[in-house]
Design a protein around this ligand. Sequence first.
Ligand code: HEC
Length: 90
Amino acid sequence: MPAGSVLAKDSFIVGEHGAIAVGPLFLMSKGAAGSNAVRRDWTYTMIMPDGSVREDAGIQKFCNDCHRRAGAEDDNLMFLPLPYRVTTSN
Ligand code: HEC
């Protein structure tokens, strides 16, 4: 992804008795090339349902430890498994 790219993923929480609530908004922002080798230049952010923003070192490590496993070719991006993707070609 080019520097400046921002990816967003929303989420929801299913609570007791099936009650559904808004979950965190997950963001990945691509920085300048070479700005952070460990994270392949990504910064990870969580915007909580109350509006607070979490972007501390612990969050960076937590998110990156998993996303990094997607590898360099996929640039840390996981994507939805194929059967769940919406496409315009079928
Ligand atoms: C245990 C592994 C794991 C952790 C930890 C994790 N993610 Fe993900 N993330 C995934 C997977 C798998 C997907 C693709 C499936 C989906 O969208 O549900 C994904 C998708 C995403 C996407 C959409 C782009 C993409 O790669 O498909 C964003 C943005 C994202 N995550 C941000 C975050 C942020 C921010 C954090 C930390 C607060 C985080 N993730 C922590 C596994 C993880």
